[in-house]
Design a protein around this ligand. Structure first.
Ligand SMILES: Nc1ncnc2c1ncn2[C@@H]1O[C@H](COP(=O)(O)OP(=O)(O)OP(=O)(O)O)[C@@H](O)[C@H]1O
Ligand SMILES: [Mg+2]
Length: 263
């Protein structure tokens, strides 16, 4: 079965009168990797939180499988949509295995204890993210990149249909970042829907099916395939600063960089 989220004309303000997202309509679906890009403060994290129901729009609608998001219970929603925030600082100390096990919450029975299948899923997700060797470590003792891989394991353990990730590779080295994006493609190949906010436009260009570009004015500038969206004039407009588009050395697809010394 296909699952999708439709956002219709979303607007949001944290402080009354100051829109941080204005008139944004888009959709995400299972089987696709959607990248959300745009400058700092454009509203990318806000959009992601609206898509998963952590925030409610000031105006506009978010539909999950054609029904308003607010009609779902938290548990129903969490079985369909998982969200990995931009940064996490747990209030108390948890081991890596405990952090990953938190992902099983929406699937547990009334007493909230993990059964054998849950433990197996946790183990499997540790394996998939190459974090098994960290299982007994305190989450807070991990490096930034290790934390990001553990958080991915945790949202995978939730076994959602749609996975919303906010800058999941911001602390990863280049080879780990490429491996992470390849893994996202594998997951989408298995039918999962992935939504990934990233500042790495070139990874997004290579690995995303669709890009959603938010501009510095908090509006949608463009959305579509990477070669459609990643054009110098469109990007320069969205970021309010010149950007250059060339060719990726391996794929020949768009390759984006900022000019040296400004223009
Ligand atoms: N909790 C909050 N209270 C008040 N303003 C907020 C809050 N969270 C975000 N904002 C503001 O809303 C705007 C959009 O923030 P958001 O985090 O969605 O941007 P972003 O596109 O994810 O940026 P970045 O690339 O830096 O992560 C910013 O101007 C930010 O300062
Ligand atoms: Mg953000």
């Amino acid at each position: 079965m296909m699952h999708r989220i439709d956002a219709e004309a979303l607007a949001y303000s944290y402080t009354s009168g100051q829109r941080v997202l204005d008139d944004v309509s888009t959709h995400v679906a299972t089987g696709e990797v959607t990248g959300i890009i745009g400058p700092n403060g454009a509203g990318k994290s806000t959009l992601l939180q609206l898509l998963c129901g952590l925030l409610s729009p000031e105006s506009g609608n978010v539909l999950l499988n054609k029904s308003p998001l607010e009609q779902y219970t938290d548990r129903e929603r969490a079985r369909l949509v998982a969200y990995m925030p931009q940064s996490v600082s747990p209030a108390f100390s948890l081991t890596v295995r405990e952090v990953v096990a938190l992902g099983r919450f929406p699937h547990l029975g009334p007493f909230g204890s993990l059964g054998t299948p849950d433990h197996e899923i946790v183990q499997d997700c540790l394996g998939q993210t190459e974090t098994s060797h960290l299982a007994t470590r305190d989450f807070l003792s991990l490096s930034g990149g290790e934390r990001q891989r553990v958080l991915l394991a945790s949202v995978l353990a939730q076994e959602p249909q749609l996975l919303l990730l906010d800058e999941p590779t911001s602390s990863l080295d280049l080879p780990h970042e490429a491996a992470f994006f390849r893994q996202l493609r594998t997951l989408s190949g298995r039918g999962l829907g992935i939504v990934v906010v990233t500042h790495d436009i070139n990874m997004a260009a290579q690995f995303c099916d669709r890009l959603v570009l938010l501009g510095k004015d908090h509006r949608l500038v463009n959305q579509g395939g990477p070669s459609e969206v990643l054009q110098a004039d469109i990007l320069t407009d969205a970021y309010g600063s010149p950007l250059l588009v060339g060719e990726h050395p391996q794929t020949g697809g768009p390759f984006v960089t900022a000019p040296v010394g400004g223009i």
